[in-house]
Design a protein around this ligand. Structure first.
Ligand SMILES: Nc1ncnc2c1ncn2[C@@H]1O[C@H](COP(=O)(O)OP(=O)(O)OP(=O)(O)O)[C@@H](O)[C@H]1O
Length: 977
C-alpha cells in the first residue's frame, strides 16, 4: 500500500471532519484523538471492542477482513468496524503488516463509574519498531526503532577533526536497550543495516525538509539496505538540540557531555521522544536505563551487502533456515538468542576480547556436563529483558512476576553448575570447585550472576504459584503475605462457611426437608421453599422472589452475612491489587540489576551455544594473531552452512598472506564462491568468539569485511543491476584498506564481456596496488590470472573437475595455479555437441581473446597466457583429454558426423578458419564461392554463426550453454535435412 493510501485513513477521517459541527460527544472525542495522532490509525475502545469510524472503518474492515456495519445517531448514518479487544493481536499484526501505525484509544476510567461520556486517551501507539506486545513480537529477536539526525552545519568533531554528519540512535522499546552512534552517511547506512531496525524516524535536516535544507544529506537513504523498513518523519521539534537535552536529562546525567557532537545528541533525544510517544506519552521510560554510545570502529564492520552475500541471517536462494545464524543458534532462551544475534551482527575487533570469548567457549566445549546443565537451567528461563520492561512500564501481570521468579530461581543452580566438576568429580575437571570455572571469562560471568534474592523471595512470598491473568479480581496474592488481607479473606471464608451450613440448620429449624440455600448474581443468597411447605416458613423469613412452584426468602442474619462476605471480598480484591502493584513497583526498583543479570544470562547462553555447536560440528579454536601483518592460514576449512547439506563436503586450505590477492578460476559450479565465503565466514566466526569449521586456523583480526557478488549470483536478491554492482564496488575501492578482507565474486559480469573484463582487471590491480586489502577474487575472465606474473602479492588458485562414465564431476578442491578459460565449450563437448560446433565455438573464443589482446596496452606486453586456448588450458581439458584417450566413445556419439572435423581441428587449430564444408555439413562439396545462394560461411550457416558470436560465454551458465547449443544443433540438423 502506498503512503498516499495510508494518509487518507490516518488523521481525522474525512467523513468525520466534514460533520464536525454535528458530532456526538463520543465521535467528537474520537475526532480529537485522531487529530492528535495524525500519523496513526486510531482504534477507539467502545466496551469490549476497538472501533473505527467512517473511512477509517472501511480501512479496518478491508485490511482485517471484519464486517463493516452502519451506525446511526444524531450525526447521521456512518460506517463502523471493530475488532475484539481480547483477541486484538492478530488484527493489530495485520494492520502493522499493512504499514499502519495504530493508536489505541482506551477507556481510561471505569465505564460504570463515569458520569456521562467515558474518558478515553491514547495509551499506546503501536508501530513496527515499537511494539511491545509479546503476541506481536517474535521471541528471541530484537525490535528496534531508530532515529537519524543531522549534525548542524559548521560544527566539527573534536576528536578526529572530521565532521560526522549524521547521528543514529536506536531503542528496543520492549527491553530498554538504547544505542547511539554517529558517522558519515555511509557509516550510518552501514550501522542501520547492522542494527536492522523495523522503523526509522528521520530528522528534518536529513531529508532536507527543514530549515537546514542546505545541510540535507541527500544521498542518504535510510531504507537502502532494506526496502521493507518503515521510514518516516516525526515532530521536527523533538530533533532540536535543546529539546533533546531536556528529553535526555532523566535518562543519563550531564547529557551535554555524553555525546560526540550534536547529531548523536539529537538522534538520541528524538528516538526517546518517539519511544515515549508510542508508549502513551507518560514521560520517561524508566527501563531505558542504559543509553550506550558506541563507535562503529569498535566492531568488525559488515555492510548490508556482506551480511546478505554471506547469508548471515537471510538466505534468499535456499530456505530461510540455511543461514550462519541458524547453524550457530543452539541457544536455550530468548535472551541468549538475541545476544548471539547481536554478536553476529557486530563481531569483535579486539584480539584479547576475542581470545577471551574463545577461552570461555573452549571451557564449555570441554565440560560437557556443565554445558548441558547450563542448557537445562536456561531452558526454564523466561525473557527477562522483556519481563523487566513490562514490570517497569507498569504493564506486568502476576504471571509475568511469576515468570520473573522462575528465571531468578535458575541463577543459584547455574552458579552451582559452573562450579561443578564433570561426573561430579574434581579429578575429571582437574580442579576443585574453588578453581572453577577455569577461565577468567567464565569466572567473571559467574560473578555477574546476581541472585537478586530479595526480589526472588518477595515475588515467591507475595504471588501465588499459578495466578490468574486478571490482576484486579483477586486470587493473586498468597495467604500469609498481608495480615489485613488475610483477615478479609478469613471473614469472607467464614461467611461462606456459615452460609454453606445454613441449609442444614434451617432444615432442622423448620422441618422442611426440601429447603435449599442458593445464590445468584442478581439477588445474592436466598432460602428456597416449595409452595407445598410455605405454611412452615418462620416469621423471620423475608420474601425475595416468587417463582412458579416456590418462594425465595432471606433472613436478616443471612443478609448481614452476605453483606459481610461481599464487602470483605471487594475490599480483599482491591487490597490484593494494591499489594500487587506495590510488589511490582518494588521489583521495578531493581530494573538495572535485573537488566544486568539478563545480560549475564544472555552471554552465558550464547557462549554455551557456541560451545555446543563447536562440539557437535567439530569446529576448532582458531589462533588469533594480533600482528597487523599476519595473513589467513586455514587448514581443511569448510563452509558452515553448505557442509550441512552436502554429504561429502570437501575441506580446503587457505593461505592468504596479508595484502595478497588470490585470483580464483574454475568452471561454473566448481566451488569458487563457496570457498571464498568459507574463508570470510571463518573470519566472522572467529571474531564473534566462535570456533571455526576447520582442522586448524590461524587468523588475524580484520576491521572491515567487504563483499561484491557478481550480478548473476545475486539475482534472487532482485538487485542484479550493473549499476548496483558498480556502486558496491565503488564503496570497496574507496573504503577498503590493509585491515580489510575483500571478496570479489565475478565482478564485471553484469555488462558486456570486454567492459566487464576491463573493469575486473582494473579493480583487481587497484585493490592490490593501492588498497593492500587481503582479497579473494573469483572470476571467469581467465586473463586475470596473469596478474600473478605481474604483481608481487597476486597468485592464482583454481578448481578442477573430473569425468567418470561420461559425467563431469566437480572435485571442489582448490589447487594452486590458473585454470582453463573455456569451460562452457568443454561442457558442451562432454555433452555430445557435434565437434563442428564445438570447434567453431573454440575458434570464436580464441578470436575474441585475440581481439581483446590486440588492444594496445603497454602494461600487458608480457601477458602470461598463451593465446592458444588449448595451450592455456591447464586443468579440465588436459585432464579430460587423458581420460578421453581411454574412453573416447563415451564423449562422442558413434555416428557423429563431425568426427573428421575434430580430427582436423586437433591436428591444426587454424583449420577452422578454412573449414571444409564436407566436415561440417555432410557430403556437400560446393564451396561458398561456387554457390552464392548458400547461407554458409566458414562451414556454418550464417545465422548459426552470428548466434554463436553473440553468445556471452562469461554470462552463460552450463545449462543455458547446453540449451543454446542444443538449439543450434537442431537448426543445423534441420538444415542438413
Ligand atoms: N568444498 C565443497 N564440497 C562439496 N560441495 C561443494 C563444495 N563447494 C561447493 N560445493 C557445491 O557446489 C555448488 C556450487 O558451488 P559454488 O556456487 O561455490 O560454485 P562456483 O564455482 O562459485 O559457481 P559459479 O561460477 O557458477 O558461481 C555448491 O552449491 C555446493 O553444493
Amino acid at each position: 500500500m502506498s503512503t498516499a493510501d495510508r494518509e487518507t485513513v490516518t488523521g481525522v477521517p474525512p467523513g468525520i471532519a466534514a460533520a464536525r459541527e454535528e458530532l456526538t460527544p463520543m465521535l467528537s472525542q474520537y475526532a480529537d484523538l485522531c487529530a492528535a495522532h495524525a500519523d496513526a490509525l486510531v482504534l477507539f475502545q467502545v466496551g469490549d471492542f476497538y472501533e473505527a469510524f467512517c473511512e477509517a472503518a472501511e480501512t479496518v474492515a478491508r485490511t482485517c477482513e471484519v464486517t463493516l456495519t452502519e451506525r446511526s445517531d444524531s450525526t447521521g448514518d456512518y460506517p463502523m468496524a471493530g475488532i475484539p479487544i481480547d483477541n486484538a493481536a492478530p488484527y493489530l499484526e495485520t494492520l502493522l503488516d499493512a504499514g499502519y501505525r495504530v493508536a489505541l484509544g482506551d477507556q481510561v476510567e471505569d465505564a460504570e463509574a463515569a458520569s456521562g461520556l467515558v474518558d478515553r486517551a491514547v495509551t499506546e501507539v503501536i508501530t513496527p519498531g515499537t511494539v511491545v506486545e509479546d503476541d506481536l513480537l517474535e521471541s528471541g529477536t530484537t525490535n528496534y526503532v531508530a532515529a537519524v539526525a543531522a549534525e548542524p552545519a559548521g560544527s566539527t568533531d573534536a576528536d578526529s577533526g572530521s565532521s560526522p554528519t549524521l547521528g543514529l540512535a536506536a531503542v528496543d522499546v520492549a527491553t530498554g536497550e538504547c544505542l547511539v552512534t554517529a558517522g558519515d552517511p555511509g557509516t550510518v547506512a552501514e550501522e542501520l543495516d547492522r542494527i536492522a531496525p523495523a522503523e526509522v524516524v528521520v530528522g528534518p535536516e536529513v531529508t532536507g525538509d527543514g530549515e537546514d535544507r542546505e545541510t540535507a544529506a541527500t544521498d542518504f537513504d535510510p531504507a537502502a539496505g532494506d526496502p521493507d523498513r518503515t521510514v518516516h518523519g516525526h515532530d521536527p521539534a523533538v530533533f532540536e538540540r535543546r529539546a533533546a537535552l531536556d528529553r535526555l536529562e532523566p535518562y543519563l546525567s550531564a547529557p551535554e557531555r555524553r555525546f560526540d557532537g550534536d547529531a548523536e545528541l539529537r538522534a538520541a533525544g528524538a528516538v526517546l521522544a518517539y519511544a515515549e510517544y508510542t508508549q502513551g506519552d507518560d514521560g520517561p521510560l524508566a527501563y531505558v536505563s542504559r543509553v550506550r554510545r558506541y563507535d562503529p570502529r569498535d566492531r568488525l564492520r559488515l555492510d548490508a551487502a556482506a551480511q546478505r552475500s554471506l547469508e548471515l541471517f537471510e538466505n534468499r536462494g535456499l530456505g530461510a533456515s540455511d543461514t550462519l545464524f541458524d547453524v550457530l543458534d543452539s541457544t536455550n532462551c530468548a535472551l541468549g538468542r538475541r545476544c548471539l544475534e547481536r554478536w553476529l551482527r557486530r563481531p569483535l575487533v579486539d584480539a584479547d576480547a576475542i581470545a577471551s570469548r574463545h577461552d570461555a567457549v573452549g571451557e564449555l566445549a570441554d565440560r560437557t556436563l556443565v554445558r548441558e546443565g547450563i542448557a537445562d537451567a536456561l531452558a526454564a528461563a523466561y525473557d527477562l529483558e522483556r519481563l523487566v520492561g513490562r514490570v517497569s512500564r507498569g504493564r506486568a501481570d502476576a504471571r509475568d512476576l511469576r515468570s520473573l521468579y522462575a528465571t531468578l530461581a535458575v541463577v543459584p543452580e547455574l552458579k552451582t553448575t559452573l562450579a561443578e566438576g564433570d561426573e561430579g568429580g574434581e579429578a575429571a575437571e582437574g580442579g576443585t570447585p574453588a578453581d572453577l570455572p577455569r577461565t577468567d571469562h567464565l569466572r567473571a560471568l559467574r560473578d555477574r550472576l546476581d541472585e537478586l534474592a530479595a526480589v526472588r523471595d518477595l515475588i515467591d512470598a507475595a504471588i501465588v504459584a499459578d495466578p490468574p491473568q486478571e490482576i484486579t479480581e483477586g486470587g493473586v496474592i498468597s495467604a500469609g503475605f498481608d495480615d489485613d488481607l488475610d483477615d478479609l479473606r478469613t471473614t469472607e471464608r467464614e461467611g461462606r462457611e456459615w452460609v454453606a451450613d445454613l441449609e442444614a440448620r434451617e432444615r432442622e429449624r423448620t422441618g422442611i426437608d426440601s429447603l435449599s440455600v442458593g445464590h445468584n448474581q442478581v439477588h445474592g443468597y436466598y432460602i428456597e421453599v416449595t409452595d407445598a411447605n410455605l405454611d412452615r416458613v418462620p416469621d423471620d423469613y423475608r420474601r425475595r422472589q416468587t417463582l412458579k412452584n416456590s418462594e425465595r426468602y432471606y433472613t436478616p442474619a443471612l443478609k448481614e452475612r452476605e453483606e459481610e462476605i461481599v464487602g470483605a471480598a471487594e475490599r480483599a480484591d482491591a487490597l490484593e491489587y494494591e499489594r500487587f502493584v506495590e510488589v511490582r513497583d518494588r521489583v521495578a526498583e531493581e530494573t538495572e540489576r535485573i537488566q544486568a543479570l539478563a545480560d549475564a544470562l544472555a552471554e552465558l547462553d550464547a557462549l554455551a551455544s557456541l560451545a555446543a555447536v563447536a562440539v557437535e560440528r567439530d569446529y576448532v579454536r582458531p589462533e588469533i594473531v594480533a600482528d597487523p601483518d599476519a595473513g589467513i592460514e586455514i587448514e581443511g576449512g569448510r563452509h558452515p552452512v553448505v557442509e550441512r547439506t552436502e554429504d561429502a563436503f570437501v575441506p580446503n586450505d587457505a593461505d592468504l598472506p596479508r595484502g595478497s590477492i588470490a585470483v580464483i578460476t574454475g568452471p561454473n559450479m566448481s566451488g569458487k564462491s563457496t570457498y571464498m565465503r568459507a574463508v570470510a565466514l571463518a573470519v566472522v566466526l572467529a571474531q564473534v568468539g566462535s570456533f571455526v569449521p576447520a582442522q586448524a586456523a590461524r587468523l588475524p583480526v580484520f576491521s572491515r569485511l567487504f563483499t561484491r557478488v557478481g550480478a548473476s549470483d545475486d539475482i534472487a536478491g532482485g538487485q542484479s543491476t550493473f549499476m548496483r554492482e558498480m556502486s558496491e564496488l565503488t564503496e570497496i575501492l574507496h573504503d577498503a584498506g590493509p585491515d580489510s578482507l575483500v571478496l570479489l565474486d565475478e565482478v564485471g559480469r553484469g555488462t558486456a564481456t570486454t567492459d566487464g573484463r576491463a573493469i575486473a582487471r582494473a579493480a583487481a590491480e587497484f585493490v592490490h596496488d593501492e588498497l593492500g586489502a587481503t582479497t579473494l577474487f573469483a572470476t571467469h575472465y581467465h586473463d586475470l590470472t596473469d596478474l600473478a606474473d605481474e604483481r608481487e602479492r597476486a597468485f592464482n588458485l583454481h578448481f578442477t573437475a573430473t569425468r567418470e562414465d561420461g559425467e563431469v564431476t566437480f572435485l571442489h578442491r582448490v589447487v594452486p595455479g590458473a585454470s582453463s578459460s573455456s569451460y562452457g565449450v568443454e561442457v558442451a563437448e562432454l555433452a555430445g555437441v557435434p565437434s563442428a560446433v564445438v570447434d567453431r565455438s573454440r575458434d570464436l573464443v580464441a578470436e575474441a581473446e585475440a581481439g581483446a589482446d590486440a588492444t594496445p596496452d603497454p602494461e600487458r606486453t608480457d601477458r602470461g597466457v598463451d593465446p592458444d586456448p588449448d595451450a592455456g588450458d591447464a586443468s579440465l581439458r588436459e585432464f579430460l583429454a587423458e581420460e578421453e584417450a581411454d574412453d573416447r566413445p563415451a564423449i562422442e556419439p558413434a555416428d557423429d558426423p563431425a568426427d573428421g572435423a575434430e580430427a582436423r581441428s586437433d591436428a591444426d587449430p587454424s583449420s577452422a578458419a578454412d573449414p571444409s564444408p564436407a566436415a561440417d555439413s555432410g557430403p556437400a562439396d560446393t564451396s561458398p564461392a561456387a554457390d552464392p545462394t548458400d547461407d554458409t560461411e566458414g562451414g556454418l550457416p550464417r545465422s548459426v554463426e552470428s548466434e554463436l558470436r553473440d553468445l556471452d560465454l562469461a554470462r552463460t551458465t552450463p545449462i543455458e550453454a547446453l540449451n543454446a547449443l542444443h538449439d543450434l544443433q537442431t537448426r543445423l540438423e534441420n538444415d542438413d535435412g
